[in-house]
Design a protein around this ligand. Sequence first.
Ligand code: ATP
Ligand code: MG
Ligand code: MG
Ligand code: MG
Length: 560
Amino acid sequence: MKVSELFMPTLKETPSDAEIESHKLMLRSGFMRQLSSGIYVYLPLGYRVLRKIENIVREEMDKSGAQEVHMSALMPKELWEESGRWAVFGPEMFRVKDRNEREYCLGPTHEEAFTYIVRNEISSYRDLPKILYQIQTKFRDERRPRFGVMRCREFTMKDAYSFDVDEKGLDISYKKMYDAYVRIFKRCGLDVKIVEADTGAMGGASSHEFMVPSSVGEAEIAYCKACGYAANLEKAECLDEPIENNEELKEKQEVYTPNVRTIEELVSFLGIDSTRFVKTMIYKADNKFVAVLVRGDREVNETKLKNLLKATDLELASAEDVEKITGAKVGFAGPIGLSINVYADNEVKYLKNFVVGANKTDYHIKNVNLSDFKVTKFADLRNITQDDLCPKCCSQKVTIERGIEVGHIFKLGTKYTQAFNCVYTDEKGEKKLMIMGCYGIGINRTAAAIIEQMHDEDGIIWPITVAPYEVIIVPVNVKDENQNRIAFEIYENLQRNGVEVLIDDRDERAGVKFKDADLIGIPFRVTVGKKISEGKLEIRNRRTKESFEVEIEKAIEVVI
Ligand code: ATP
Ligand code: MG
Ligand code: MG
Ligand code: MG
């Protein structure tokens, strides 16, 4: 591409409304323009970067076995009523009416559409598992669109959805997506921190976010340099100081003396949604298995477990015991903290002799009663601060820093398949709910995050994998016939060799062209100047700022 013909409206001045570097640089380099608050259009260079990122995402998704489809952005209200989200999504959802007053939304996400299609088209275990994805425009009426394409109201997301026959299948699909994300962000040249985005009430972390550490990130991450623990600060919790055997404790014991017959009573007894005392949660699948998670502690470590056994007449439960009593495989509903698993058909049959444990084999004990917890675990769960020890290894204080959420993967379970009655028939002819996962990457936000991580005072430093062009050739003086001829020869040669190359054939001062080349961040600059009389030209690396001279004939080889 000739720069003289390129639509690249660069700006000399920094736009006053842009607060962060990526926003400023994307405007200054003529990559994009704002049309309205949180709404942007992409010009040729910017659009090439987005397409490069999309292609990396597409290649890695395809490699993982996911299949690309394309849903509509416009979706009928009825679809969203089926999941109940029409009512709960709130003002972030753009809603529109057609000429007949029928209501629609502009998709902020696509769980409904995917579940609907899979429900209609897949009915047998033989057709599972499936991972489907799309690269699609999303609309969210963000309360505070800001920072350019970092948080906008119309953006491109790669969103994938997995459908499996069981939890084990979901684990496999989830791992595939996790690994694909690691490869994607690596290829984009990004340094990402993978954090738990959910404290794992349903058995280990059921959600991870891919965060680019950056002071302009809107999320906060807590992590431990010693053991690698990392979590979104919104979700990271630790135990408050345990309350010793005092009056307050006694009071609480009384309050928590169980006298419960039904699940409803149990829910109210445990104080679901209460952050006081212990956090609790109920999980229900197939209307059969109910796990009540009393998260009194983060993890049952061996010493704590032994002490608990010594202090009581509790027994260690084998994996088979757990399965027999709870109907759940170890690892299925095991939370990070202690859990009480109650097996019931809509009614709590056994309010004593629970199995409790962590999400690990050999870390369960049986014949536990609610009262056992009261004497051993009494502490509030609260959000972590920088003064807290790592909740996992306790060996040092957590570090807190800001990050940009570029990707998010999530084990959904049966949340949507239940709402849509998305079932399959298993080998025995029984109908079962499919188990889902969902996986998103913000394409535009990823581009902005790359700039945040890689820029200097002169402009953007694109990694070659996502750069709009790989090489820019700058004839210093286009009026010099020799310089021009050699520059174009190299240009055409590189093009023939599949290199994405720009030639700055504008009749401008060399300094202007160098500045622009640096601003738009092309990884290699080939300068064709006076040195051609000695048969030489200069190649400069944008990132290291190193330049070296090469023989004209060798220029192509070196660049390739
Ligand atoms: P955030 O916490 O920043 O609001 P989110 O958790 O709402 O993001 P998800 O629903 O998890 O976002 O969507 C998946 C991905 O889509 C995010 O990880 C992010 O990369 C991208 N994304 C979400 N909202 C926006 C937005 N308003 N503008 C640009 N990209 C976005
Ligand atoms: Mg959001
Ligand atoms: Mg988020
Ligand atoms: Mg998210």
